[in-house]
Design a protein around this ligand. Structure first.
Ligand SMILES: [Zn+2]
Length: 396
């Protein structure tokens, strides 16, 4: 709740976007709590924040736990924040109980998970997992022309006392606690979601190019109207994509019309399609279908299709999933396997080390919204299960 005061909106939500003054304030609060608990902070070239509870054998691979501190512009109190605070609570508890683990336990807050200020998101975890280069990330700008690079330098300057380390290390395991952002747990009256994997996602930018002209004079038969071509495509895509695969998620979330003038035949439509499905083969065939539909529906306009994101679905580590279920069972907390329909930083860690996620319910599945809410008892249960799993890993 204290963290949610940073960037608090009038409707009870949080606006704390990546690398803003709000995130600086969040770093100050979190590193302050970490210092009180005896943890050491460090950062890396992409402004991921790490808080270390040191083990007795520093050369052993650490256990990495956490999530992200940034939010959507009208985000909530729990998305990301829950994972970081739960992880910090685990490390702080171990420190206060004076346990001395062999390996380091490291809490992480990944830079720019949400991608609302700088798109696309998950920059910190992608760079950490060597899926994207630092140079590629630094040149991306927000709407005001401010680059990620400038803002990374600014937060590093503001936190000059925090140690800077090289990018990337190999963890023994990564575990990310997060709110479910769905209603599966709530409907089943379950409290712990043992996440099996994350569904795959593809994003396309499609440009339909026609010819502009006078809305009153040009014969209908002579027109190459980009908006009408788009309308044919959108209607056909909804019908045909869903009739073949009812559980595919198909969204046109952004649309630009040029010149967008009331009496000019539209020359260009640029839009983005977001496709998601847990099965990579189905996702691939939907992408093919999309290209065919474009070709079929958009004539006589020209089309170009650019694939912006291709994130295959992934399956989380079976042994970690088992540890999470066993911990919940031992605590008598209702649990069940769930799939994640949203993307998370854990996707980019899964190729680096055994990874897993612990979900807790959020009220009515509402997330990326100011009314986002998770019950304190569920938050506590998520943190407890994380601690139990970390203890099991340390004992192994
Ligand atoms: Zn999140």
């Amino acid at each position: 709740m204290q963290l949610a005061e940073i960037g608090a909106t009038t409707n009870g939500g949080v606006n704390r976007q990546a690398l803003t003054d709000g995130e600086h304030a969040a770093w100050r609060l979190i590193t302050g709590w970490a210092a009180e608990a005896g943890l050491q902070s460090f950062t890396d070239p992409v402004a991921n924040l790490f808080l270390v509870f040191p083990g007795t054998q520093r050369d052993l691979m650490p256990i990495l736990i956490g999530s992200h501190l940034d939010t959507q512009p009208t985000g909530g109190k729990f998305d990301g924040a829950f994972g970081v605070v739960a992880a910090l609570e685990v490390a702080a508890t171990m420190s206060q109980r004076r346990v001395s683990p062999r390996r380091d336990v490291v809490v992480v807050s990944w830079m720019n998970e949400e991608g609302s200020r700088f798109a696309p998101g998950m920059m910190g975890s992608e760079a950490f997992g060597a899926h994207r280069s630092v140079e590629e990330i630094r040149v991306i700008c927000d709407r005001d022309g401010i680059s990620v690079g400038q803002e990374i330098d600014r937060i590093h300057a503001a936190f000059g006392a925090i140690e800077r380390r090289e990018l990337g290390f190999r963890p023994m395991a990564y575990i990310e606690p997060h709110i479910e952002q769905n209603t599966v747990l709530q409907s089943a009256a379950s409290i712990i979601g043992c996440v099996t994997g994350i569904q795959g996602k593809k994003t396309f930018e499609i440009t339909i190019s026609g010819t502009k002209g006078h809305a009153g004079t040009l014969q209908m038969s002579q027109r190459r109207d980009a908006v009408l071509a788009f309308a044919r495509f959108a209607a056909a895509a909804e019908q045909e994509m869903l009739s073949d695969n009812p559980d595919v998620k198909f969204t046109i979330g952004q649309l630009k019309v040029l010149p967008n003038a009331p009496s000019v035949i539209p020359e260009k439509v640029v839009f983005r399609v977001d496709l998601r499905h847990p099965d990579n083969d189905v996702l691939g065939s939907c992408a093919e279908k999309l290209k065919l539909l474009c070709a079929r529906c958009c004539s006589p306009c020209a089309i170009s299709i650019e694939e912006l994101v291709s994130a295959p679905s992934n399956t989380f580590d079976a042994a970690l999933q088992r540890l999470i279920s066993q911990a919940a069972e031992r605590r008598g907390v209702p649990f069940m396997p769930v799939i994640s329909f949203a993307g998370h930083d854990a996707r980019h860690l899964a190729s680096l080390c055994p990874s897993a996620m612990i979900f807790i319910p959020c009220r009515d599945g509402i997330s990326h919204d100011e009314s986002e809410w998770a019950e304190p008892a569920h938050v506590a249960a998520g943190a407890q299960i994380l601690l139990d799993v970390v203890n099991r890993l340390l004992a192994s």
